[in-house]
Ligand binder design. Structure first.
Ligand code: NAP
Length: 250
């Protein structure tokens, strides 16, 4: 897919991206801005968002950014509301923000469990709550939820992470079934080289998964390309389920 096939700047979409300060969210912002969409970047590290937005604008793209903590419904509503006020519509929400502090269930790292539930699941729900009424009112829109291959298989040390991603998959399918006007896409990456394994969880598990990710991982741009593909389809064509993983992942 080349950006030649994307919409021109004139018909580009207003695309909100959560967790755009690194990894898959950042790569998605780069790809969609290059395709001619107007990207609205959200995350907690606003300094990184500001640098990225400036870089995209300098390259001829359209981008703005704002502070966003997806664990707070007020924060997500304010983020989406500002974008709607400024642009008059929200065409696409990419619910991408996520955390993965891994450990065995026996370790009882309850704070980590709650963080994964709050960011990965509640954060995705907050995003939907913030944009769904706006999209329903227009009778059009697209919600892209970033899950994981962990939404399709369970592995030791990832029980709670998988539980949140399975939940996002169930949520996406339910929303799809209830929608005749809004497109719903679930994007499930496998090992991808990002900052996801840089923080949290059991240090030994984190080191092992980090090593695996560095050895096997695909670039974040590969996932961004899949998201761009789903967004580029005509309104009547709903790409629902995409799994993108390294050939060597097994
Ligand atoms: N990398 C992989 O192998 C892989 C595989 C499957 C699925 N995924 C999924 O891909 C998505 C993106 O992760 P990534 O791999 O790109 O990791 P990453 O580089 O660590 O990016 C995670 C993003 O989420 C944001 N975030 C975390 N907590 C947040 C909060 N409370 N509010 C707003 N933003 C928050 C971070 O921004 P701030 O810290 O600045 O807020 C960051 O931009 C996640 O949903 C992850 O589960 C990744």
């Amino acid at each position: 897919m080349s950006s030649m096939n994307g919409p021109s700047p004139v018909d580009g979409k207003i695309v909100l991206i959560t967790g755009a300060s690194s990894g898959i969210g950042e790569a998605t912002a780069r790809r969609l801005a290059a395709d001619g969409h107007h990207v609205v970047l959200g995350a907690r590290r606003v300094d990184r968002l500001a640098v990225l937005a400036e870089e995209l604008r300098a390259a001829g793209g359209r981008a703005d950014h704002g502070h966003l903590d997806v664990t707070s419904l007020d924060s997500v509503r304010a983020f989406a509301g500002r974008a709607h006020d400024r642009h008059g519509r929200v065409d696409v929400l990419v619910n991408n923000a996520g955390v993965m502090p891994l450990s065995t269930v026996d370790a009882l790292r309850v704070d980590d469990w709650n963080q994964m539930i709050d960011v990965n699941l509640r954060g995705t729900l907050h995003g939907i709550a913030a944009v769904l009424p706006l999209m329903r009112a227009r009778g059009a829109g697209h919600i892209v939820n970033v899950a994981s291959t962990s939404a399709h298989r369970v592995d030791p040390t990832a029980a709670v992470y998988c539980a949140t991603k399975y939940a996002v998959r169930a949520l996406s399918e339910g929303l799809r079934q209830e929608s005749r006007d809004i497109r719903v896409t679930l994007v499930s990456p496998g090992y991808t080289r990002t900052e996801l394994t840089d923080h949290g969880g059991d240090p030994e598990v984190r080191a092992a998964v980090h090593e695996m990710s560095e050895r096997l991982g695909i670039p974040a741009a590969a996932v961004a390309d899949a998201i761009a593909y789903a967004i580029a389809q005509p309104d009547g064509i709903d790409v629902n389920d995409l799994i993108i993983r390294p050939t060597g992942q097994g």
